[in-house]
Each structure stands twice: as structure tokens, then as C-alpha cells.
Design a protein around this ligand. Structure first.
Ligand SMILES: Nc1ncnc2c1ncn2[C@@H]1O[C@H](COP(=O)(O)OP(=O)(O)OP(=O)(O)O)[C@@H](O)[C@H]1O
Ligand SMILES: [Mg+2]
Length: 292
């Protein structure tokens, strides 16, 4: 773990809340300004991070502005040190981090340059907030990260268990860590399912609650559900769309199919079309206030 303690709380950060998301502010962040300024303390911070064993593994993947975002999160008191990687993906890497009072949190660090827009495109089409920034990678990613934060809040409010969102800074999302001291919580495909029938019912209820709140996950499967201490948790909600999105029905059908197919392989009497029909008939998304 990197020591980051000397970067004490310097100034208050405004928390990001669900409503702010609707405005989709993608102007330069504090982290961009720090990166440009390159003051001595920031340079020291970056050097130290780069020199630690943990970071040699993922070495050099962070650009200045990402280091600056982490630095800002340290300054703002959200994290004290960065730990080992939990997952390395195409769009983002997830790390453990140490928060004040010895708490562990998870940070999801999105790549800006390496990020592949093709996967994002389907979800961005038809979302008016992305219309004017579609060609600008950095802005799309920054908006995406805020969207993920907002969606976590929405899902939580709808009664769906998700990692608690904690903060966003530029391309970094800080959230509740799922897992224990020895390892991060396994995804559903890797977990020992004592009772798949009950697990299926829980996931079914999660999809219904999300839909009722006007949201469709859009990438739901055994890989974006984790089992934390016996509890099912929905993760990776950056791409979730509202029911008004032109592809929301198709996404919901696909989510239902993925989930039902997984549980059918586990021996549960589950079927994607039945699940879809259940969700649609049992929820009233027009009452919801989804803002994905
Ligand atoms: N809050 C968390 N606590 C612990 N582990 C997490 C948390 N969030 C994500 N992970 C782990 O990191 C992995 C990747 O996270 P996530 O699905 O959000 O990112 P992704 O962009 O889809 O990456 P990938 O392409 O690898 O799926 C998850 O499968 C899970 O194992
Ligand atoms: Mg994922």
C-alpha cells in the first residue's frame, strides 16, 4: 500500500448527487487543473505511486490527469492509499484502496485513451445528453463515470443492492468495497450457490425494482452480479439506460435472457421470455423517475 497520509484534507469537495447528474457537467475537472499545474506535491505523489510494487504491475497505465484525480481524492479525504488491482478490464481497472479509519473502498479507474467506444455506442445513441460530445473521448468517459455514479444512487434508492457510491473525480469512481480481507467478492459465475432458486428470485426482484424505477441495467449477467457474504449485489451500472432509451426493451430482454440462462444451467426452472414478461407485467416504470 502506498502511504498517502501526508496529503491531508485540503478543501471540501461537493458530493455528487443524483440530481447533479442530469446536468451532465463535463467541463474541466479539478484533476485536470492539478495535472496542468504540476505542483511539487502532486509530482511527488505521482512519483511515489509509480514506484510502489503495486503500481509496477499495472505500471504506467495512468496518465497525469488520472494521477491528479487520485491525488484530489486523497486531498479530499476519500482515500488514503491505493492497493492492489482487483480486476483489469478493457474500459476500466478496479483497485482496492484504503479509506480513512482503516476502511477499504473500491476505485474504478476508467481509461480515456485506450477506451473503446464501440461498446459504449449502443448505449449512448438516443441519449440527448451525449449528442454534442459524442466525438470527444474524454468528455464521453467523464460523463459515463458520472452516469455510473448516478445510476448507483438510483438503483440503491430503488431497493437494489449495489456498491454504495462514495465519490467521483474525473475518470475515477470511488465506491463501497465488496469482499473481505482476503479477497474481493466473487462474481456469480465463480460463487458457490447454495440455493440457486432463491438467488434467482432475488435477481428477478432486482430487475423488477430497477425497471419499476425506470432503469434497465443493459449488461446484466452472472459476470455483473457478485456474491458478497451471501448477499447478491448488482455491479457495473455505467451503461444502464432509462426505459425511454430506444433500445431499452432490447436491453431488458437480453438481461433477462442472460440471467435466466445462467440459472437454468444451475438447474433452476428459468426462462428468459418468462422473466421478461414477469418484469414488464409486475412493474410500472412510468411511475419511476429514472435518470440513467
Ligand atoms: N465495489 C466492488 N468491490 C469489489 N470488487 C469489485 C467492485 N466493483 C467491481 N469489482 C470487481 O471488478 C470487476 C470489474 O468491475 P466492473 O464489472 O464494474 O467493470 P467492467 O468495466 O465491466 O470491467 P470488465 O470489462 O472486466 O467486466 C468485477 O467483475 C468485480 O470482480
Ligand atoms: Mg463488468
Amino acid at each position: 500500500m502506498v502511504a498517502g497520509e501526508e496529503f491531508g484534507l485540503v478543501e471540501e469537495t461537493e458530493g455528487v448527487d443524483g440530481d447533479e447528474w442530469e446536468q451532465l457537467d463535463v467541463s474541466d475537472t479539478e484533476a485536470d487543473r492539478i495535472a496542468r499545474r504540476q505542483d511539487r506535491e502532486f509530482s511527488e505523489f505521482r512519483k511515489r505511486l509509480k514506484n510502489t510494487e503495486q503500481f509496477k504491475v499495472t505500471g504506467g497505465v495512468f496518465d497525469d490527469a488520472t494521477f491528479a484525480a487520485l491525488y484530489k481524492l486523497v486531498q479530499d479525504g476519500y482515500i488514503e492509499a491505493i492497493g492492489g488491482p482487483i480486476s483489469t478490464g478493457k474500459e476500466a481497472d478496479v483497485f482496492e484502496a484504503l479509506a480513512p479509519e482503516d476502511e477499504t473502498v473500491a476505485i474504478k479507474v476508467y481509461r480515456i485513451n485506450a477506451s473503446d467506444f464501440r461498446q459504449m455506442r449502443d448505449y449512448l445513441e438516443g441519449d440527448p445528453r451525449f449528442e454534442n460530445i459524442r466525438g470527444d473521448k474524454k468528455r464521453v468517459v467523464l460523463a459515463w463515470v458520472k452516469k455510473e455514479y448516478g445510476n448507483l444512487l438510483r438503483a440503491k434508492k430503488a431497493g437494489v443492492r449495489v456498491p454504495d457510491p462514495i465519490a467521483v473525480q474525473r475518470n475515477v469512481l470511488v465506491m463501497e468495497y465488496l469482499g473481505d480481507e482476503t479477497r474481493a467478492a466473487p462474481t456469480l459465475d465463480d460463487a458457490d450457490l447454495g440455493n440457486p432458486e432463491t438467488a434467482y428470485e432475488v435477481v428477478r426482484e432486482y430487475i423488477r425494482r430497477l425497471y419499476d424505477a425506470g432503469l434497465v441495467h443493459g449488461d446484466l449477467s452472472e459476470y455483473n452480479l457478485v456474491v458478497d457474504d451471501g448477499e447478491l449485489v448488482v455491479i457495473d451500472v455505467g451503461q444502464a439506460v432509462t426505459v425511454h432509451h430506444p433500445n431499452s426493451e432490447e436491453f431488458l430482454r437480453r438481461d433477462c435472457r442472460n440471467v435466466a440462462n445462467f440459472f437454468a444451467r444451475e438447474g433452476v426452472d428459468a426462462d428468459g421470455d418468462d422473466l421478461y414478461d414477469y418484469v414488464v407485467s409486475e412493474a410500472d416504470p412510468r411511475e419511476g423517475e429514472g435518470v440513467a
